[in-house]
Write a protein that binds this ligand. Structure first.
Ligand SMILES: NC(=O)c1ccc[n+]([C@@H]2O[C@H](COP(=O)([O-])OP(=O)(O)OC[C@H]3O[C@@H](n4cnc5c(N)ncnc54)[C@H](OP(=O)(O)O)[C@@H]3O)[C@@H](O)[C@H]2O)c1
Length: 257
């Protein structure tokens, strides 16, 4: 079995890559930094005796997406597990912020997820087996900028896919983590010093609970009981309360810039 993980060099994607490698899957690892990919491939190949293909690609670009789509359509060494994980955050107001950055965000979080899934699924359905895991976020339930809106799309898209795939042997799962200590916040220059230690959930746990949920064919999972409870609250609390929560988070982030 071969698994393709986007954003496999760091954080949550790296945790998925390590967990799938430990189970004996061959891997196709995708990210932009080729040196990091090659180092990872060598390490996982040596530690687990698996084959690891390195596929450097910028998923914000046409050429990068097309290269990964081509690999997902290949029948030799067919991909049975696709983890759409690559992503980043923005630390800017929408008004007056960089439009190019907003568009890159949508390209990576939404457009690449859509296109890679579209490339992978026909083969999986023909073979009668396969799994798509889309890494979304708990932020998708709270209105607070374009990142949250994009993650809302990822979760809803995945739930719809799971319904469409029912009975095919293929399943789709949206994994919605809370705050996870990765390179994500540093890359976006988001100061997280205010967050207490107990509020972080580690990437290995996110990947383990994500894989468990996918195997149980659950369309959505929120790793950890505390974040699952928070997600439930955001889904059932009156919408004005959730809008207020979104405003408080956005205002506090702006104050920390
Ligand atoms: N950390 C959190 O608190 C948190 C919470 C909820 C959801 N998430 C989601 O989890 C996913 C993974 O984030 P993370 O926290 O693990 O971040 P991370 O540590 O910064 O890792 C991001 C990964 O994505 C790759 N990547 C970024 N832009 C890319 C592009 N244009 N094309 C291809 N690959 C790209 C990076 O490698 P290169 O730079 O080499 O390309 C890296 O491997 C994201 O979708 C994020 O939205 C994170």
């Amino acid at each position: 079995m071969t698994a393709c993980i986007t954003g496999a060099t760091a954080g949550i994607g790296l945790a998925f890559a390590e967990a799938l490698a430990a189970e004996g899957h061959d891997l196709v690892v995708v990210a932009r930094d080729e040196l990091r990919l090659t180092t990872l491939a060598h390490r996982l190949g040596t530690e687990h005796g698996i084959a690891v293909e390195v596929l450097p690609a910028d998923l914000a670009t046409e050429a990068g997406c097309a290269a990964v789509m081509d690999r997902l359509r290949t029948t030799a060494g067919s991909v049975d597990v696709l983890v759409n994980n690559a992503g980043f955050g923005l630390n800017q107001d929408f008004v007056g912020g960089s439009l190019a950055q907003e568009e890159r965000l949508l390209d990576v979080l939404v457009r690449a997820t859509l296109r890679l899934t579209h490339a992978a699924l026909p083969g999986m359905v023909d073979r009668g087996r396969g799994t798509v895991i889309n890494v979304s976020s708990i932020a998708g339930w709270v209105p607070m900028g374009s990142y949250a809106a994009a993650k809302s799309w990822v979760t809803t898209f995945t739930e719809g896919l799971a319904a469409e795939l029912h009975g095919t042997g293929v399943n789709a799962t949206a994994v919605c983590p809370g705050y996870t200590p990765t390179e994500f916040h540093d890359r976006a220059a988001i100061d997280m010093a205010f967050l207490p230690d107990w509020a972080w959930i580690d990437a290995q746990r996110v990947a383990a609970e994500g894989l468990r949920a996918a195997r149980a064919r659950r369309p959505v999972v929120v790793p950890s009981k505390r974040y699952a409870a928070l997600a439930l609250a955001t889904q059932y609390a009156p919408r004005p309360v959730i809008r207020l929560a979104g405003r408080v988070v956005a205002t506090s982030r702006a104050a920390r810039r």
